[in-house]
Ligand binder design. Structure first.
Ligand SMILES: [Zn+2]
Length: 195
């Protein structure tokens, strides 16, 4: 029995309490031996990210996920990432407090802190309708050339006016990257207020 559902529950709580995502959305998944584990629809809006392991959906990666009414529409991007990049162990989609201004403005996040150099500039993918396969394809295209970063820890892209997608080697590497990128984003914004 995998402990990935417990890990996802843990990550969800930490993300929410640290404002790394909001009530309205996000989703967390992990993939091991072609089995996908992913947070269900409404994990934010109805459960406020206070999840239990048995609420995490699981099944073969190539199952017909869209026939499951609890499968999040944003899960499309997660599936595309795992199908195209088998070295990815976890995907986090989030609406982080300090990253969202960059998404709103459609501006990339430069890595100004030492501990975010390894992620490079967090680029913005081209816009596409929410929950569309086109958007999922854009996210994959933005991450695909970052294999080395993902194998070491993680890589990320921004979706215009929406949020961030992180592909990581595992869940804890993804959470660590999410927090580093969010605090780095805060530093970019706060720097502008210094005399
Ligand atoms: Zn979202």
């Amino acid at each position: 029995m995998s402990d990935l559902p417990e890990q996802i529950v843990y990550i969800a709580r930490r993300m929410f309490e640290r404002r790394l995502t909001d009530i309205s959305g996000g989703n967390i998944s992990a993939c091991e031996n072609n089995t996908l584990y992913i947070t269900a629809k409404y994990s934010g809006s109805q459960k406020h990210w206070q999840l239990e392991p048995d609420s995490i959906l699981s099944g073969p990666l190539d199952a017909d996920w869209f026939s499951n009414p609890l499968f999040s529409r944003e899960g499309k991007a997660h599936l595309s990432i795992y199908h195209n990049m088998p070295y990815v162990g976890a995907v986090i989609h989030a609406h982080p407090f300090h990253v969202l201004p960059f998404c709103a403005a459609g501006k990339p996040i430069p890595p100004i802190m030492e501990n975010t150099q390894k992620f490079g500039v967090i680029e913005v993918v081209p816009p596409a309708p929410a929950h569309s396969q086109e958007l999922a394809d854009n996210v994959v295209a933005g991450l695909r050339n970052q294999e080395e970063r993902i194998r070491k820890q993680a890589a990320a892209v921004l979706v215009p006016r929406h949020g961030i997608f992180i592909a990581a080697k595992d869940l804890f590497a993804g959470l660590d990257a999410l927090e580093r990128i969010d605090w780095n984003a805060w530093c970019v914004l706060a720097q502008k207020s210094l005399p």
